[in-house]
Design a protein around this ligand. Structure first.
Ligand code: THU
Length: 127
């Protein structure tokens, strides 16, 4: 699966975001083996019930593939190509295949930055 295809899936998700309150749309896609799962942020009038795009994508993957799910690559789309929130980094850390896995930070039109997961999260909580 090419970066271009992952980006297309994340852009599609970005366009389905339910960002009624913040107006900040996010789309994500995660590559697991040869399958891609996408997600968008879904907000709620009870703000704490909001879920981020990254977690929707990862939870879709895990709920389809099972507990051994490994995420090979992640692609994110926001207006300006922003980094993921800390909560999503912790969730990614649980399923990412390796600390060197690539994370693409994108706008709708281009990949702005490619980082290794460990650059975003050098240390993580584990037990
Ligand atoms: N959001 C994400 O979807 N991913 C992140 O990594 C950061 C924040 C969403 C949650 C909320 O719907 C909106 O962006 C503003 O915080």
């Amino acid at each position: 699966m090419s970066t271009h295809e992952m980006h297309l899936k994340a852009v599609n998700a970005y366009n389905t975001a339910y960002a009624k309150y913040s107006k900040f749309r996010v789309g994500a896609s995660v590559l697991c083996g040869d399958q891609v799962f996408s997600g968008c942020n879904i907000e709620n009038a009870s703000y704490g019930a909001t879920v981020c795009a990254e977690r929707v994508a990862i939870w879709k993957a895990v709920s389809e593939l099972g507990p051994d799910t490994k995420v090979n690559k992640i692609c994110l789309v926001t207006k300006d190509g922003d980094v993921p929130c800390g909560l999503c980094l912790q969730v990614m850390a649980e399923f990412i295949i390796s600390p060197e896995a690539e994370v693409f930070l994108c706008t709708e039109h281009e990949v702005k930055k490619v980082l290794q997961f460990k650059q975003l999260m050098p240390f993580r909580f584990e037990f």
